[in-house]
Design a protein around this ligand. Structure first.
Ligand SMILES: Cc1cc2nc3c(=O)[nH]c(=O)nc-3n(C[C@H](O)[C@H](O)[C@H](O)COP(=O)(O)OP(=O)(O)OC[C@H]3O[C@@H](n4cnc5c(N)ncnc54)[C@H](O)[C@@H]3O)c2cc1C
Length: 480
């Protein structure tokens, strides 16, 4: 029997693709290597009983911004967004922390001397949020519905972050922009880091940076529950090692990164289609970004921030000034880790009591390290927390340490510890594999790639899965 569609990988994109196909009446099967669904959106008791840690992703500006997720009844399947009082805090030595608040005016007012420059940079995109989010969560080569807005964004996105920050006089505004841009995982001097920075800041003011109540796993559990309610099937503990071993299907969607696709596609699909050798070679040239070095802590109490305002934020950027962050983000691309790495930290249990026993807390943090790095950044990361929260180490009850190989062992898509499915470079973003005329297709009819390696790239938003499913509905099933 030939199925309508088989999907490999039950992370946010694989599940999103499956839901979109199933809600259009197709018969779908998802095959997942691990014993639970979720990919990099899973929650586990990594340290002590009752402490629920997000092993991969933790904070969801792109999840709540996702046009696809917001079109689904995920709340009926258990998803609840939890908004911290303030999306983001960025502590600075010897001065008050910069805060990215929900209100644009409130945030700008704090940046005394930079109010107008901050508003001028961010507000055009906040005002046109719906058009903006739809374009940044699509393929970059598709003609935008708001070309002038996106031209403006494109011109800013191509600027290096330090040059974009030259409009600011205060350390606070410069550091806020740099910390957001550092999510890109590329040196801040390169084009596109600013695109990530701006997108996250705009999202902070429009939809916020929520957690999922109960943890990351609630998002993918809701997608899986919705899929099952639509008749879709999921088989866990089913690692796919060759395309030939898949059940025959009219459409096959791989929620895997390019190197993995190249390996599986040595063999043909059961229906006979085979990826040409030249295309597989091109997939093998795909460049991965820095790895992550990840710590999760079970804590005896909240993190004792010197500036109490930092406890209002769900996410904290620990990296000091723009110059310090720029140095830290260059290091992994030179094969090293800075003495003071840029640390992304989340403190969900301050806002969601389901995450830790009463009075106790969890915290999540990672920094960028060279891809495949085998060193230990525990001391460096904890020193960055201690710098802004003296006494932090005394609150640690237990810690989980995950290096690049541990992360890849936990989820095979994290090649060398890269959390985004590939380096966010200009050539890859606009190159033939991400933005050709068919950004989610391959040279084989009915074979699609729908992971974070394809547009719109990394993040828990399900949009690569959604777009690939729409492409399949149109081309393979003639339905869209
Ligand atoms: C440490 C870390 C922090 C992050 N922080 C954030 C954050 O705060 N916010 C955010 O939005 N994003 C964050 N991300 C990125 C985000 O999680 C990913 O971009 C997103 O999960 C990608 O979704 P995906 O479905 O493409 O792949 P994945 O989530 O990686 O899922 C891929 C799935 O495929 C399965 N698989 C792999 N190989 C096979 C095989 N051969 N056969 C069968 N199944 C297979 C895997 O087991 C996995 O379940 C983070 C990621 C990590 C790792």
């Amino acid at each position: 029997m030939t199925l309508d569609a088989v999907i490999v990988g039950a992370g946010p994109n694989g599940l999103a693709a499956a839901v979109e196909l199933a809600r259009n009446g197709l018969d779908v099967l998802v095959l997942e290597a691990e014993s639970t669904v979720g990919g990099s959106a899973r929650t586990e008791e990594l340290t002590l009983p009752g402490f629920r840690h997000d092993v991969g992703s933790a904070v969801y500006p792109l999840g709540i911004a996702s046009p696809f997720f917001s079109s689904l009844p995920l709340e009926e399947h258990g998803l609840e967004w939890v908004h911290p009082d303030v999306p983001l805090a960025h502590p600075l030595d010897g001065q008050r922390a910069a805060l990215l608040k929900r209100g644009l005016d409130e945030t700008a007012a704090d940046l005394r001397g930079d109010e107008a420059s901050y508003r001028g940079l961010v507000s055009p995109f906040c005002r046109r949020w719906d058009a903006f989010r739809r374009h940044v969560l699509d393929a970059p080569t598709r003609i935008p519905r708001s070309p002038l807005l996106m031209l403006r964004f494109g011109l800013l996105a191509m600027r290096s972050t330090p040059s974009l920050a030259d409009r600011f006089r205060t350390q606070e505004a410069r550091a806020l922009l740099a910390g957001n841009a550092a999510h890109a995982g590329i040196p801040l001097e390169r084009p596109l880091a600013s695109a990530v920075g701006l997108t996250l800041m705009v999202a902070g003011h429009t939809v916020g940076w929520p957690f999922a109540r109960g943890g990351a796993g609630s998002i993918t559990a809701a997608l899986a529950s919705l899929l099952r309610s639509l008749g879709g099937k999921i088989e866990t503990d089913s690692r796919v090692t060759s395309l030939s071993d898949l059940p025959a299907a009219r459409a096959t969607l791989l929620a895997l990164t390019h190197q993995q696709v190249a390996e599986l596609a040595e063999d043909p699909l059961p229906t006979g289609g085979r990826l040409p050798a030249g295309y597989r070679d091109m997939l093998r040239t795909w460049e991965y970004g820095p790895g992550a070095f990840k710590l999760d802590w079970a804590l005896d109490g909240p993190i004792p921030w010197t500036d109490a305002e930092v406890a209002r934020a769900g996410t904290v950027h620990l990296g000091g000034t723009l110059e310090e962050i720029a140095l830290a983000e260059r290091a992994p691309w030179k094969g090293t880790v800075a003495d003071r790495p840029f640390v992304l930290l989340a403190q969900p249990s301050l806002f969601d009591p389901t995450r830790a026993p009463e009075g106790k807390h969890v915290a999540w943090a990672y920094c960028h390290v060279p891809n495949g790095w085998t060193g230990d950044a525990t001391t460096l990361i904890e020193a960055q927390v201690e710098r802004y929260a003296p006494g932090f180490r005394d609150r640690i009850l237990a810690r989980s340490v995950l290096g690049t190989a541990d992360l890849e062992g936990w989820n095979a898509n994290l090649v060398g510890g890269d959390v985004n499915g590939g380096a966010f470079t200009l050539s890859q973003t606009f190159g033939p594999m991400r933005s050709a005329l068919r950004p989610w297709g391959t040279p084989v009819d009915g074979l699609y790639v729908c992971s974070a390696s394809r547009p719109p790239g990394g993040g828990v938003h399900g949009m690569a899965g959604y777009h690939a499913a729409r492409d399949a509905l149109k081309r393979t099933f003639g339905l869209a």
